[in-house]
Design a protein around this ligand. Structure first.
Ligand code: SF4
Length: 271
């Protein structure tokens, strides 16, 4: 097992994506773990597809790494699940949290629940609580594994099983369940007795932070329960694709301590 950097370019990633398109998630994972471990980690958002992938991966390699972004606003059921998974698989989760000073500055300036005040403030919260910790978690990796599926939402319909993540230093992003349906995920969980998030038993179908997720009706799209109060805003947080901040970029930079990187154009606009 080598720890030297393993890189792919766009062309190589596309070739692999074609090669693995008809392969099972386990075959994708076997290839990925063989090629990139230990510089590959599973992003676990404690949802059904993630625990499915964790079960598959740990059966292939019991040392497969798993990380969680703990935003500080997770549900109690999320932590209960982490505890169950630790016990079943012997996992030591790598937990990444927001920078305390970023949260402090945001809450001081806009309030604890500013997420309901505007889409831009919600994106700011996602940036501080999710995107920045994610960037830290990916910093030393060559590849990461997600539970994303094409059927989740319109923005994911074009997902490839293997792609280059240009949002994160061009590392490789592996999506083994890209072509799986929701039913396939749950069939796997039941057949393999995989621990799952008990929020699903309470009517949740897509799980995010506590203030931003609610149960949905049987016939509703699962992601309808995410940021349900927003109209015409993408149901994304910026972890898997960049989102526009609606002019809040300079406030974001100020809170994130990046004021010195302000562009010349912005400086002249402020003069
Ligand atoms: S999902 Fe909600 S609470 Fe969580 S980071 Fe995004 S806006 Fe903040």
């Amino acid at each position: 097992m080598s720890e030297s950097k393993v890189e792919l370019d766009d062309y190589q990633a596309s070739e692999y994506a074609v090669e693995f398109e008809d392969k099972s998630p386990q075959e994708v994972l076997e290839w990925a773990l063989d090629k990139f471990h230990p510089k590959i980690s599973i992003a676990c958002s404690l949802q059904a597809p993630d625990v499915t992938i964790m079960d598959m991966a740990r059966k292939i390699n019991p040392d497969a790494r798993v990380f969680v972004v703990d935003t500080g606003r997770l549900h109690e059921e999320d932590h209960d699940l982490m505890s169950e998974l630790e016990e079943k698989y012997g996992i030591n989760f790598e937990v990444y949290s927001p920078e305390p000073e970023h949260v402090h500055d945001m809450v001081k300036k806009y309030g604890i629940n500013s997420i309901y005040d505007s889409v831009a403030l919600r994106f700011l919260c996602c940036q501080i609580r999710k995107v920045v910790p994610l960037m830290k978690s990916l910093k030393d990796l060559d590849a990461w594994i997600t539970g994303l599926r094409r059927g989740q939402w319109a923005s994911r319909y074009n997902l490839k099983k293997i792609e280059i993540d240009h949002e994160h230093q061009g590392i490789v992003k592996i999506n083994p369940l890209a072509d799986w349906t929701w039913d396939q995920v749950w069939d796997y969980i039941k057949e393999n007795e995989v621990p799952y998030n008990k929020l699903y038993d309470k009517g949740y179908k897509s799980i995010g932070c506590m203030p931003c997720t609610r149960p949905v009706e049987e016939d509703e799209n699962p992601r309808a329960g995410r940021w349900w109060w927003e109209e015409k805003a993408p149901k994304e947080c910026g972890m898997h694709c960049s989102v526009e901040f609606g002019g809040f970029e300079k406030y974001e930079r100020a809170i994130l301590g990046q004021e010195e990187e302000k562009s010349e154009k912005e400086k002249s606009e402020e003069d």
